[in-house]
Design a binder for this molecule. Structure first.
Ligand SMILES: C[S@@+](CC[C@H](N)C(=O)[O-])C[C@H]1O[C@@H](n2cnc3c(N)ncnc32)[C@H](O)[C@@H]1O
Length: 384
């Protein structure tokens, strides 16, 4: 994909593409190491606001390039795999550019359509069949992907990433006009979602956390996902959310991979937002003394506070799970703890090591100098 400088003024899009590129590579690689086929679905594929003639700043082109890279890597290991893509955009001129760009692609099977996403769901479900798929839903607002309408797609035996445009949602979610309210009922897959939001707000959560939580839980229900999580992408210049990438998977390993990519995306976010703020500051004032000599932003990273809060919550939940259940498998802990944003496998492993050394838990399968649990190992609470 293009470097961050290419995305100046739309750093959030860079981060979205960074995430997609890295995650797609990992999931395709993992799945194709034991399956022969992988399908990528981009329901709102664009091109949209592309500034590159070769469209390398679009999600569909990034996906094609990444899939080729994975296939080449597998070929070098003697594996031949099949890859298919389903691209869709309902805008005529975007579709024309899309169709034009993919017409010469002959090394990956592609189906491209110009339809409303919700209407095309049955065709996507048919196209994916029993293959493993990653579906990317990247709308311009909050309409066009109502949970009820896309339920059969969510329930496919694969994974889904939705760009939940919180900034847009937040601006319109309280507009009580029946027409507007109905669009949110569709987004959340049915009415009374706002009561669930209110309950969480009254329980002390921020409005953003509450809205996102209710959306994630409904997404989990409609997709029958055992694991759902999300990552917050900030506005380039303001410390406010632009959108959240909401992710559903059927396997705890998906969460590990997702969080691994999140970790590098968060570092990247610090870097590109820092650079965007410096550029903005210098452009507005001609002064750069708010920043260090090397141009770095002074003070704590903006994600540190958020991560510390999540770590604190995750540690408390881990102790609660262990103390109430007495014993559980390591992968079950991964599946529950790594649903919490910004909590990584290394955090969980570190806590378990400390708790074991402190005599609070036992991991009987650990032998000799082994310190980290593996899937299948039991974690047993001893502290009570
Ligand atoms: C945010 S852009 C997608 C950008 C693209 N995923 C990328 O990262 O390069 C959203 C796209 O969805 C298209 N679109 C909007 N509503 C749609 C709908 N209901 N069904 C299908 N496409 C839609 C728009 O024409 C636009 O190209």
């Amino acid at each position: 994909m293009k470097p961050p400088e290419f995305y100046r003024g739309r750093e959030q899009t860079y981060l979205k593409h960074f995430f997609l590129e890295k995650y797609l590579e990992r999931v395709a690689w993992n799945i194709l190491s034991f399956r022969d086929e992988f399908v990528y679905v981009d329901g709102f594929s664009g091109p949209w606001k592309s500034e590159d003639e070769a469209l390398e700043d679009t999600s569909f082109m990034i996906a094609l390039n990444q899939l080729r890279k994975v296939r080449q890597g597998l070929k070098e290991r003697g594996r031949d795999v099949r890859m298919r893509c389903f691209f869709n955009d309902n805008h005529e001129s975007a579709y024309r550019d899309l169709a034009n760009a993919v017409s010469a692609v002959d090394d990956i099977e592609i189906k491209a359509l110009c339809r409303d996403f919700e209407d095309v769901v049955p065709e996507i479900v048919d196209y994916v069949g029993s293959s493993f798929s990653l579906t990317f839903i990247d709308p311009t607002g909050w309409t066009g992907f109502g949970l009820q309408k896309i339920e059969s797609l969510l329930a496919l035996p694969g994974e889904v990433i939705i760009n939940f445009m919180f900034d847009h949602v937040n601006r319109f979610v309280d507009d009580p006009t029946p027409r507007n309210a109905a669009t949110f009922d569709t987004l959340f897959g049915g009415p009374v979602w706002h009561l669930d939001v209110e309950h969480r707000v009254q329980a002390g959560h921020s409005r953003e956390d509450a809205i996102l939580h209710v959306y994630r839980e409904r997404f989990r229900k409609f997709g029958k996902f055992p694991h759902v999580t999300s990552t917050r992408i900030l506005k380039p210049l303001a410390d406010r959310s632009y959108f959240h990438l909401v992710y559903g998977t059927r396997h705890w390993k998906g969460l590990v991979e997702y969080r691994y990519v999140e970790k590098s995306a968060i570092n990247e976010q610090e870097r590109v937002r820092g650079a965007a703020k410096i550029t903005h500051q210098v452009e507005c004032t001609g002064q750069s003394e708010l920043f260090g000599k090397g141009g770095e932003k002074l003070g704590p990273r903006s994600s540190d506070e958020e991560r510390n809060k999540e770590l604190h919550a995750a540690y408390a939940i881990l102790r609660e799970i262990l103390s109430t259940r007495g014993s559980c498998k390591y992968e079950m802990l991964i599946g529950e703890i790594l649903e919490i944003p910004l909590v990584w496998k290394s955090d969980l492993d570190g806590w378990l090591t400390n708790m074991r050394e402190g005599g609070e838990i036992d991991i009987p399968e650990l032998k000799g100098r082994q310190r980290t649990a593996k899937p299948g190992y039991s974690i047993i609470w001893k502290a009570n």
